[in-house]
Design a protein. Structure first.
Ligand code: C6P
Length: 420
């Protein structure tokens, strides 16, 4: 049996009090099979602070009404709160205008929106769309569908053995008839942080726009879309301490203006006759139907909550935690870490001997340790590294070294149960 590390590394700078931050997350006190929850599945979805939970509740308790429709007080209140939330998010990601902030269901819908509108307008037969070998299915399938419909070709930037994009290959691919690059900021399956600023600059030197899948990035610190100079940035509320069912497509105003609507319906129009519809202004042109108002409001609260944190201290804390977990896992016999990039976020994917990751996940759950197992909606990554699936521990700002110790101890029990 593996002896788990007994001491916690001194990793919390004075400026960041993890225990008091944990106190803001009620779910961290839940018991699972008699054990206090050790939640290490943050890449799948993050937990919610009290402020976010309260915000959604308060919306329903005090102002629930439809937006942009009524003249009555509640509708005006709900509309104002919905638009204030858009403004909070705009500020948080450094966008120039609230017109560039489109509420969607999440990253998946944001990418599909761009593929179905910008993609259909600009990508034709013989053109290329570029993605990388580490993309989530949400940033593969919409482009495959587009290429299938238009006769374009999907080009894939290959990965090295550590799980990093091979930039020299990317440069070569960019010299083709490329109409769009779509790349993840951080890989959900490998933890790799891509050099997206550099990659965006390379594409822009050739006049090629870039969409960034930011699903995994937003919980690890603020992202400034102006600084990145990306053309589109897609993310999900639920992975950044906000609610499920709400997310954002940031798009440069000049591009969004030229794009056709994604869906037709209420709120995306200025006027409708049976002969002709005049579409609404940005961003409403892309928000057909009653939106997830409560979700949008609470996502605004999540960004306000995130703005109040000391990200220099948290960045250091998360990197130390990642290092601690990586070292502990590397010391376990039979463990192979998949994804050893130089720049990583708090995600460790691994396999252990020939134990199926689902067995690992199930046994860990008995000890209250929640991780994700499977292909993580990134089957090409599994193929690239020759594994059917991995076990994945993913860390957020409220995780601690003693939770890593609990993971390692539980993995020791997996070895015992499996007779290794
Ligand atoms: N990854 C994971 O466990 P949605 O489902 O739309 O909120 O996000 C999709 C998505 C897109 N891109 C990346 C890089 C992602 O990681 C995800 C979601 C979760 O890894 C669920 S599969």
């Amino acid at each position: 049996m593996i002896t788990p590390p007994t001491t916690s590394v001194p990793m919390s700078p004075q400026t960041f009090d993890v225990e008091s931050l944990r106190g803001e997350f009620p779910i961290l006190n839940v018991l699972v099979h008699g054990h206090r929850l050790v939640y290490l599945d943050n890449a799948a979805t993050s937990q919610k602070p009290r402020a976010v939970i309260r915000s959604e509740e308060e919306y329903y308790r005090t102002m629930n009404a439809n937006v942009h429709r009524g003249v009555h007080t509640l509708s005006e209140k709900a509309t104002a709160r919905y638009e204030e939330s858009r403004e909070s998010i705009r500020k948080y990601i450094g966008a120039g205008s609230a017109k560039e902030i489109v509420f969607v269901r999440g990253t998946t819908e944001a990418i599909n929106l761009v593929a179905a509108t910008y993609g259909k307008m600009h990508v034709g037969k013989g053109d290329h769309v570029v993605i990388s070998g580490m993309e989530h299915h949400s940033n593969i399938v919409p482009w495959q569908m587009l290429c299938g419909e238009t006769g374009a070709l999907l080009r894939v930037i290959p990965l090295n053995d550590r799980g990093e994009v091979i930039l020299s290959e990317y440069e070569k691919i960019l010299d083709g008839p490329v109409k769009l690059v779509a790349i993840s900021h951080i890989s959900n399956a490998l933890g790799t942080v891509n050099p997206i600023r550099e990659m965006i600059a390379s594409a822009h030197r050739r006049g090629i726009p870039v969409l960034v899948d930011g699903a995994q990035a937003m919980q690890h610190g603020p992202v400034d879309v102006r600084e990145l100079e990306c053309d589109f940035y897609a993310f999900s509320g639920h992975k950044m301490f906000g609610p499920t069912g709400i997310g954002i497509l940031f798009g440069r105003e000049a591009l969004l203006e030229t794009m056709p609507p994604y869906q037709g319906g209420g709120d995306m129009i200025k006027s409708v006759t049976f002969e002709k519809t005049i579409y609404n202004d940005l961003p409403h042109k892309f928000e057909a139907g009653t939106p997830n108002i409560a979700g949008a409001v609470a996502l605004g609260t999540a960004t306000e909550w995130l703005s109040g944190l000391d990200w220099t201290a948290i960045g250091l804390y998360e990197q130390n935690l990642l290092q601690y977990a990586t070292d502990a896992l590397s010391d376990m016999p039979g463990v192979r870490i998949i994804g050893t990039a130089e720049r990583k976020a708090g995600i460790v994917s691994f396999v252990m001997n020939d134990i199926h990751p689902h067995d690992i996940g199930t046994i860990l759950d008995r000890d209250g340790v929640a991780i994700r197992t499977g292909h993580h909606c990134a089957q090409p990554v599994m193929m690239r590294y020759g594994v059917p699936a991995t076990a994945r521990a993913s860390f957020a700002l409220y995780n601690t070294a003693s939770e890593v110790d609990a993971l390692i101890a539980a993995l020791g029990r997996v070895r015992e149960v499996m007779g290794i």
